[in-house]
Design a protein. Sequence first.
Length: 333
Amino acid sequence: MRALAHAVADARGGEVEEKSLSYRALRLFPNILIPPGTAVLDAVSRRLVEEGPWPDLVIGVGRRSVPVARWIRKASGRRTRLVWLGRPRAPLDWFDLVVTTAQYGLPERSNVVMVDLPPASPVASPDDLEIWRERFSDLPRPQVAILVGGERWPIRFDAREAHRLGAAVNALVRRLGGSWIVSTSPRTGIRQSRALHEVLKKPGYFYYWREGRKENPHHALPALADAFVVTSDSASMIAEAVRSGRPVLVHRLPRSPLAPRWSARHGLGRRLAELGILSPPRDMDAFCDRLEARGLIRPLTDAAAAGLPSGGSTLRERDLEEAIARISRMTGS
């Protein structure tokens, strides 16, 4: 969300203001039942939003802030444009543009733009890069960064799956003769982290994510690693790796057998999604399939047996560039 806001501001010479909001229990109701307003916010956040001035553009993500964005547009005399990321879980006609990726399965519409990757996330500062470059200097190359996410419905990631990931990484690094660098995330979980750590064979570096821990190699790895292994639960992590220009291997995590599967491409499913009554279940396989078809990622299982692909594919993000240009035109010069 921040990345898209700054890209649009750079394109049209505007400024970005970020408002961090806190919500009341009313946020749990479906958006289709909540009128435009600030009632979903606590008192402090309401004052923060209601003071104005009204922006030319509101960029949001998720469903909680949809009623607030609609209220801002109403207060501005409908001058404010609304752009949403992902899936808003609200009627799609409420938005000037929805920028989405394949895992959300939204129907094709004139105000829905499908992009291969979510907008770019922050990169490490030069000082952080130097710290981590020095810390990894003794590890043999190629250095393979392992970006590990976690369980997120309907994706499963337990200790057994962490062992399976570790075994595949061992096979890959043994074939390459290099080393691994693991970066876990807030979703990884202690049991999964320990299971992965136990199975991995040296040489390598293992970073356990902990809340409040200041040092984190995650944003430095796209500039430092020679290749990437990424778990399939996070589009943002995959995007960071793909944008590095190095080979990216994806470890596909299993899907819960209880997870429903339905499409919003046509029929009743399409109508339900357009009205914001139901959204298709998140489908990271669809996201990965799209990137594999473009040659931007490869399965980890293939690489563990045959080694790394020759190099990363050239990334031309024309879909995202067109979305940014469209938003810039929408908000004027």
